[in-house]
Design a protein around this ligand. Structure first.
Ligand code: HEC
Length: 106
């Protein structure tokens, strides 16, 4: 019985934590979890076409284009699409984050 009450209390706490956590998107943490392995901690990926610091944006450098690349991936490469995994807000935050690695972009 006590266990059930504790489970209910925990579920309640989790629900509260989730609601509070939602508006904030931690782009750096998302990057670390989903992207860093291939793109490198500072965006200096050694993989072909995957560097964010070489001022070459094969798939387009605008915020909209970068978001589209993150959402849809690049067919025929290991760059998978994250549209099903991440929310629109998370994709936008990540797009801003990876663009910030390129100091030539505004
Ligand atoms: C499994 C390795 C891998 C992972 C994980 C990965 N990428 Fe990529 N990404 C690549 C490769 C390889 C390319 C180059 C594809 C090509 O040839 O155009 C790429 C390309 C890109 C591009 C286009 C770069 C350009 O020059 O236009 C963007 C933007 C990008 N990735 C963002 C991300 C983000 C954000 C994440 C995390 C949510 C991520 N990637 C996760 C491997 C990866």
């Amino acid at each position: 019985m006590a266990g059930a009450a504790l489970a209910v209390a925990c579920a309640g706490l989790l629900a509260v934590a989730r609601v509070q956590a939602q508006p904030k998107v931690d782009a750096a943490a998302l990057y670390k979890t989903h992207c860093q392995l291939c793109h490198g901690a500072n965006g200096t990926s050694p993989m072909k076409n995957a560097s964010f610091t070489d001022a070459q944006w094969l798939r387009g450098s605008s915020l909209a284009e970068v978001q589209a690349t993150i959402r849809n991936g690049v067919k025929g490469t290991v760059m998978m699409g994250f549209g099903a995994k991440l929310s629109a807000a998370e994709v936008e935050a990540l797009a801003r984050h990876v663009r910030s690695f390129d100091k030539t972009l505004k």
